[in-house]
Write a protein that binds this ligand. Structure first.
Ligand SMILES: [Zn+2]
Length: 60
């Protein structure tokens, strides 16, 4: 994913920074523990579409 695109993207819930999880093709918000999917290279920045991270999942 484009690093510049990642720089301008923020979490739609808390407006905080996101972490790109390359292996899972997800953008992670550590504050909300939400994972936004990247579909066909396009991040789906919708809270309704986001996946809640399991308590056991490590957030880097
Ligand atoms: Zn957030």
């Amino acid at each position: 994913m484009d690093a510049k695109l990642l720089e301008i993207l923020v979490c739609p819930v808390c407006k905080g920074p996101l972490t790109y999880e390359k292996s899972q093709q997800e953008l992670i918000c550590k504050a909300d523990r939400l994972a936004y999917a990247i579909k066909d290279g396009i991040p789906v920045m919708l809270q309704a579409e986001a996946r809640e991270l399991a308590a056991t999942e490590e957030v880097r």
